[in-house]
Design a protein around this ligand. Structure first.
Ligand code: BTN
Length: 244
């Protein structure tokens, strides 16, 4: 893969801009990188806090994949980014299904994959993988300050760190996209996955169901078991750890 980098200082949302570029025929491999976002977007319609102490990037892909396989993009990106952060910080990174990355119990990275469908063939027209990494943010807004963390809190953020991180993330992403359907990465995913074996809550249609996370299957779905012993393979949605 060849990357075409578009580096900006402040943007509204790299995903929003990347979507516009993709709709205007930007080629696969186009990457938008920003050091700050004024309207960073998260999953489930949430916002993503994006001060100048982070790294925000969106990659345009045009993969020949079915809709079903597009879940693999999200989970393989999580592994790609986890490995990049591990290499640069020398710390372990854990993945909360689907694609939140944690370090020392704090969320340090979120990934938002957005896809556009090709109406003619039912496949993907393009996919945007948007990655936000808290590099050295110290003060988070009160609603997230207990769960959010940074990968480099003790060290000053300087351009080399952020650039090396971006390069590492992109190289790993390119690598993982090439090998996506072999699914070898799923072992790397499971190894870092901290939900397996835990009591959780599954959020579905605004209702909350207690369950136990029992595994990740070969389509990257989260396998859960409910108290009545019925099982389900989740493809999206939200889960949280149960502490009661
Ligand atoms: C989440 O944690 O819910 C996902 C957060 C994804 C944030 C990244 S930052 C770069 C890209 N642009 C956005 O507006 N969102 C993603």
């Amino acid at each position: 893969t060849n990357f075409i980098l578009d580096v900006r200082k402040t943007v509204s949302s790299t995903n929003t801009l990347a979507k516009e570029m993709a709709a205007n025929k930007a080629p696969e491999g186009t990457v938008l990188i920003a050091s700050e976002q004024t309207n960073g977007r998260g999953r489930m319609g949430r916002s993503f806090y994006s001060p100048a102490t982070g790294l925000y990037l969106s990659l345009i892909l045009r993969p020949k994949l079915s809709i079903e396989d597009s879940l693999l993009i999200t989970t393989s990106s999580a592994v790609a980014v986890a490995k990049a952060i591990e290499k640069i910080t020398n710390e372990d990174v854990h993945i909360k299904w689907v694609n939140d990355l944690f370090m020392q119990g704090k969320k340090v990275c979120g990934i938002l994959t957005e896809a556009s469908l090709n109406i003619e063939n039912g496949g993907l027209e393009y996919a945007i993988v948007g990655i936000g990494i808290n590099v050295n943010t110290k003060d988070f807004p009160s609603d997230i300050k207990d769960i959010a963390g940074s990968i480099f809190l003790d060290k000053p953020k300087n351009q080399p760190i952020t650039s090396i991180l971006a390069a590492e993330v992109l190289n790993n992403l390119a690598d993982s996209m090439d090998k996506l359907t072999s699914k070898d990465y799923l072992e790397e995913y499971k190894k870092r996955s901290f939900l397996i074996g835990k009591d959780i809550y599954v959020l579905k249609e605004k209702k909350v169901f207690p369950a136990k996370a029992i595994g990740i299957d070969n389509r990257a779905r989260l396998l859960v078991e409910y108290p009545d012993s019925t099982k389900e393979a989740l493809t999206s949605g939200e889960v949280s750890i149960r502490t009661d």
